[in-house]
Design a protein around this ligand. Structure first.
Ligand SMILES: Cc1ncc(COP(=O)(O)O)c(C=O)c1O
Length: 346
């Protein structure tokens, strides 16, 4: 499909990389993630699919509490929080949230207590991310609806304050979108350097994203003039991802002081692999998780990365790429959820 003579790695402009990194370095940050994350080829997967070379960016290996994509953005979000010198982070998320697990782990590293307000009821069997949340020592509370969850965040913050503590409600931290884009802009720079060191040109990056992380990849591609496609695959159809991604990318450009605009029509995000809905494994995602595990010994998850992998596999099977092409799959983590869905693998 792609022009093989034009690759992501030709003519990398070092000054440009340095300039982007200097702009990111002006934004307050705490160190949490183990980076750069590894980059490895998946030759057995290529053989099984009879298709292009495939490399995996191992952002599942960012370290804290089983790792994943959120640790990179928590570096900016928690730095912003730390400016208020909190002693407790209060955060509202979903019961099987990867973000919750990584947030509690990160707060532990920073010496902060976490109160986690989850929407829903405590399940009979505590597994996956929720199990890790308890192990990490968060105070876990449940709220039946989104409205009740919001009220609970304020109530718990007020309780901490009344006892002389200093709460920070992470849901009100204004950095989430921009922090995610900054994180994946930086990941793109890492990736382009890893590709260059491997002497490989990539045609396309694939990643699970509902817009935030993808904004970073899109910015990385545009700011470095990398000649490759960025394919986001969303795990939720709750948002119109292209407009969201463009808006986040533009907000991030402003924060970086760069006079550029990203338009919605340059964003490629596929909502065709959500399946029955957010948080529900699809047949294709289950197959993708099994294929990665059984060819490369690599664990994906059936909710995010499995759906993104299903998208990439489907594009390969459609014949979009030939054997001379090279794809990069960004593994964003989420692996503890395989335990929640144990019957799928038996
Ligand atoms: C494993 C995993 N991959 C991808 C995503 C999507 O991230 P974003 O929409 O912030 O790019 C998430 C978000 O929760 C996730 O947990």
């Amino acid at each position: 499909m792609a022009d093989r003579n034009s690759g992501a790695t030709t003519g990398m402009d070092r000054t440009r990389f340095k300039d982007i990194r200097e702009r990111i370095a002006r934004i307050p940050r705490v160190k949490l993630a183990l980076t750069p994350t590894p980059f490895e080829e998946a030759p057995n997967l290529t053989r099984a699919l009879g298709g292009p070379r495939i490399f995996i960016k191992r952002d599942d290996l960012t370290g804290v509490a089983f790792g994943g994509n959120k640790l990179r953005n928590l570096e900016f979000r928690l730095a912003r929080a730390m400016a208020e010198q909190p002693d407790t982070v209060v955060v509202g998320l979903d019961i099987q949230s990867n973000s919750a697990r990584q947030t509690i782990g990160a707060c532990n590293k920073l010496g902060l207590k976490t109160i986690l307000v989850l929407e829903g009821e405590r399940p009979e069997v505590v597994q996956g991310n929720l199990l890790v949340d308890y192990l990490l020592g968060a105070e876990v509370v449940f709220a039946p609806t989104r409205e009740a969850q919001r009220a609970a965040l304020d109530e718990h913050a007020a309780r901490v304050r009344a006892a002389g503590g200093r709460p920070h409600i992470l849901n009100d931290n204004p950095m989430f979108d921009v922090a995610s884009a900054l994180a994946y802009l930086e990941t793109t720079l890492e990736l382009l350097e890893q590709l260059e060191r491997t002497n490989v040109r990539s045609n396309a990056f694939y990643m699970s994203s509902s817009g935030k992380g993808q904004a970073g990849l899109v910015l990385g591609r545009r700011l470095t003039n990398a000649d490759l496609m960025v394919h986001g695959i969303t795990a939720t159809d709750e948002f119109h991802v292209p407009s969201r991604t463009a808006a986040i990318a533009n907000e991030t450009l402003q924060v970086l002081g760069l006079d550029l605009r990203i338009t919605e029509d340059e964003i490629v995000n596929d909502a065709g692999f959500v399946g029955a809905g957010y948080g529900i494994p699809s047949e294709a995602s289950i197959d993708a998780v099994k294929l990665f595990a059984r060819t490369e010994g690599m664990i994906l998850d059936p909710i995010y990365t499995g759906k993104a992998a299903a998208g990439m596999i489907s594009h390969i099977r459609e014949g979009r790429y030939g054997k001379d092409d090279t794809l990069v799959f960004v593994h964003t983590g989420g692996t503890p959820s395989i335990f929640t869905w144990n019957s799928l693998w038996l």
